[in-house]
Design a protein around this ligand. Structure first.
Ligand SMILES: Nc1nc2c(c(=O)[nH]1)N=C([C@H](O)[C@H](O)COP(=O)(O)OP(=O)(O)OP(=O)(O)O)CN2
Ligand code: ZN
Length: 146
């Protein structure tokens, strides 16, 4: 696993948990601007997920590390992202760009967290698409991070 330095999100929660994992997926960006990236090509995406909260569950977990990986890996690993129902070649807000994949990962994880009694929050998704390209997505604005 590649070691990375992540931007540290600002917050006042007592616990901050981070999970690293990767998944292999193909995609293409269906627009003129994308140049060679309009062709189907693959990446090993590398993700770092940041979860915060004040309360732990009965296992002493903020959230199970394994569930975070499973949620994303089972859905996207060895798939063509454009074929997933969460993306749409006809809608530029749903093209599988690094930005939109990062946002989608955050949304999938938050939907899971919303079902947990201790109500943790996903406050950052760092998603690296290539050795030179990555996106950091923060779903919650700074003002609401306490
Ligand atoms: N803002 C975005 N720009 C681009 C995206 C994207 O998701 N968001 N995606 C691509 C391509 O899909 C490609 O996977 C990444 O492109 P790039 O960084 O250019 O990759 P290279 O390895 O060719 O870059 P080097 O500069 O040679 O390292 C394009 N743009
Ligand atoms: Zn790409």
């Amino acid at each position: 696993m590649m070691q990375q330095i992540y931007p540290a999100p600002y917050h006042h929660f007592r616990f901050e948990l981070n999970k690293d994992f990767h998944f292999a997926a193909a995609h293409y960006i269906p627009c003129e601007d994308a140049g060679k990236c309009r062709q189907v090509h693959g990446h090993t995406y590398f993700a770092n997920i940041t979860i915060v909260g004040n309360e732990l569950n009965d296992s002493g977990f903020l959230v199970n590390f394994q569930d975070l990986k499973k949620l994303i890996h089972q859905r996207f690993d060895h798939t063509l992202l454009n074929e997933d129902s969460l993306f749409d070649d006809q809608d530029s807000e749903k093209f599988p760009t690094t930005e939109i994949v990062a946002k989608t990962v955050a949304e999938i994880i938050q939907q899971h967290l919303d079902q947990l009694p201790n109500k943790p929050k996903c406050i950052q998704v760092f998603l690296r698409e290539t050795p030179t390209s990555y996106c950091v997505y923060r779903p919650i604005s700074g003002a609401n991070l306490s």
